[in-house]
Design a protein around this ligand. Structure first.
Ligand code: FES
Length: 97
C-alpha cells in the first residue's frame, strides 16, 4: 500500500512506490536543490516532521537529526515533510487559468 506524503503548509499526495521521495516531489512539479542524487553530497536534505523513511542504500553524506535525504529515501509510512522554502517558491507550475 502506498504511503501518503504530506507537505507542511502544502498538500498531500500519493507517491509511486518505485520513486525516491525526490522523484515523487519532482512529479508534483516541486523543484528541490540537488547535486548527486545518490546520498553523497547532502545538499537535498529536508526536514522530516513525522513518519518513517528508509534508505535502500545507506547515504554517505552526514544527515543531521530530523533531516532526510529525499534523493535516496522512500517513505515507510505516511510522512510529513517540511520543505526548505514555501511551496509556491519551489513549484514549477505555470498557471494557465
Ligand atoms: S542530492 Fe546529493 S545527497 Fe541528495
Amino acid at each position: 500500500m502506498a504511503n501518503i506524503v504530506k507537505i507542511v503548509d502544502g498538500y498531500s499526495f500519493l507517491p509511486r512506490s518505485e520513486h525516491t521521495l525526490l522523484e515523487a516531489l519532482e512529479h508534483q512539479d516541486i523543484e528541490l536543490e540537488y547535486q548527486c542524487r545518490q546520498g553523497f553530497c547532502g545538499c537535498c536534505q529536508i526536514q522530516l516532521v513525522e513518519g518513517e523513511i528508509e534508505y535502500r542504500e545507506e547515504p554517505i553524506a552526514y544527515v543531521p537529526e530530523g533531516k532526510i535525504l529525499p534523493c535516496c529515501c522512500h517513505p515507510l509510512s505516511d510522512i510529513t515533510i517540511e520543505l526548505p522554502q514555501p511551496l509556491h517558491m519551489l513549484q514549477n507550475k505555470q498557471s494557465t487559468a
